[in-house]
Design a protein around this ligand. Structure first.
Ligand code: TYD
Ligand code: MG
Length: 452
């Protein structure tokens, strides 16, 4: 008897399923994202993603997971992971092509392999040949005998390789290139990605191994296809950077085993990714002559204060509509700040182009930088440098009021460590450290006085 397999249309963006084809996905409103995929054979048992015991017990009596951390040996990454990897942890490492995912994973493999008690590590690449990966590995100094490699896209063969090696750490580069031989659809489609990830996850968890899945994101910064994976993995790490800069910021967007607000900072060099442990010194070049249009602030990335340099250039425009360009900061927020400056300080910016950026390729969305943005713009308009040893830390509201920011004392301590002697902060701020000159601002009106 021939069984007619019923097909299903699945949105490649959000995973929505429909019995018939639709031009627009009713779930995520994307156009032309529905693609045909064969429905799973009826009668085939649906496997669960996680195999926990369903025994009923009192929560108070349940034994807590003794999450033993295995540090990777890469300090920045360990901090991001909350101390290291946990057995059975599944990590999705996402980022745009060329950002450094494969490079980071090779370095992590080497660092892990070096610890004496480490088990074998299996690196599966569906993107590059053994020759390509080995050439890069040599350049990075990755040569440890515990690292096994296979260039493979067939999931069945990947699982075979894992059965042989019994790895303590699996790396699958990338999840979009692996395909399930019994599942229709080309690699990278939602169905394939979900099924492959599910199989890998079960196999890795069963062996108590750590699984790294590498995934590409689209231009819009969304995980194409693998977005459906965010729910089933334990940790989502996201590489965030524009390719013009060598700075690579790795953020934890989800973490079942640690904090999510942390960020690890790396610099891409000839020998791979290098940790940037002292971010403040890296992003703010101290000394030098005071320059108009420059203001320093202290941003908070997770729990870590980082000095950030805001640069502004205000110049006469040649266009009927003056230009506004913002890099590294939230553009909309910056436009609001410019409007607040025009209104409250009577700055005439309507005939001026305004460019605002964060130095060093840093990308930060911390409202505490507001005051530094205002100071940098004001300094450029007046062609008068801001005091070089002063940090500007405060949120600026629509009404021109300077507001408090969280963890001010941690920020001020960081500024002090970097040789700053004074700070302009909100007049409402409490608990200011001693030995620091404070210019307390209530409103933007006070900023010109606090500039120099
Ligand atoms: P890669 O790790 O291949 O990115 P992904 O896996 O995310 O696609 O990184 C590729 C880029 O990094 C490439 O443009 C070259 C650069 N690179 C260096 O600058 N130095 C190095 O040591 C390595 C290995 C790569
Ligand atoms: Mg790669």
């Amino acid at each position: 008897v021939s069984v007619k397999t019923k097909s299903l249309y699945r949105c490649q963006s959000c995973g929505f399923a429909s019995a018939k084809w639709l031009g627009q996905c009713p779930d995520c409103s994307e156009w032309n994202t529905l693609a045909e995929e064969a429905a799973p054979k009826t009668g085939a048992p649906r496997r669960a993603l996680t195999e926990f015991s369903s025994e009923l017990m009192k929560l108070a009596d349940a034994a807590a997971d003794s999450a033993e951390r295995r540090p990777t040996g890469i300090g920045e990454l360990d901090r991001l992971l909350g101390g290291g990897l946990v057995a059975g942890q599944v990590v999705l490492l996402a980022g745009s092509p060329g950002i450094g995912k494969s490079t980071l994973m090779l370095q992590v493999a080497e660092a892990l392999a070096r610890s004496a008690e480490a088990g074998p590590i299996l690196y599966i690449s569906g993107e590059e040949s053994a020759g390509q990966v080995s050439a890069r590995a040599k350049r990075l100094g990755v040569e440890h005998g515990k690292i096994y490699f296979a260039s493979e896209t067939n999931l069945a063969k990947v699982l075979d390789a894992a059965a042989k090696v019994k790895p303590a750490v699996w790396i699958v580069d990338s999840i979009q290139t692996v395909y399930h031989p019994e599942w229709s659809g080309s690699p990278g489609t939602v169905g394939q990605v979900r099924e492959c990830a599910g199989e890998l996850l079960r196999a890795a968890k069963a062996g108590g191994a750590v699984l790294f899945l590498l995934g590409h994101v689209t231009k819009e910064g969304e995980l194409a296809g693998p977005r459906v994976l965010e729910h089933i993995v334990d940790t989502v790490l996201h590489f965030d950077a524009d390719s013009q800069h060598l700075v690579r910021m790795l953020r934890a967007e989800k973490n079942r085993f640690g904090p999510t607000s942390e960020v690890a900072i790396f610099e891409m060099g000839e020998r791979g990714l290098r940790e940037v442990a002292d971010a403040s010194a890296f992003f703010v070049q101290g000394g030098g002559e005071p320059l108009a249009g420059r203001a320093i602030s202290v941003a908070l990335e997770g729990t870590r204060p980082i000095l950030a340099e805001v640069q502004a250039l205000v110049a006469p425009t040649r266009y009927p509509l003056p230009r506004r360009m913002v890099t590294g900061l939230d553009p909309n927020r910056t436009l609001v700040l410019l409007a607040a400056l025009e209104k409250h300080l009577k700055l005439h910016l309507e005939s001026k182009d305004v460019f605002v950026s964060l130095a060093g390729g840093l990308k930060i969305k911390d409202p505490a930088l507001d005051l530094a943005v205002c100071a940098a713009v004001l300094s450029s308009v007046r062609e008068a440098p801001a005091a070089p040893d002063r940090a500007f830390i405060g949120e600026v509201g629509l009404l021109g009021e300077v507001g408090r920011v969280p963890l001010l004392s941690a920020r001020l301590n960081e500024a002090k460590r970097m040789g700053f002697k004074s700070a302009a902060v909100s007049a409402k701020a409490e608990q200011l450290p001693k030995g620091f000159t404070i210019a307390a601002l209530d409103k933007l009106h006070g900023l010109p006085g606090a500039l120099a």
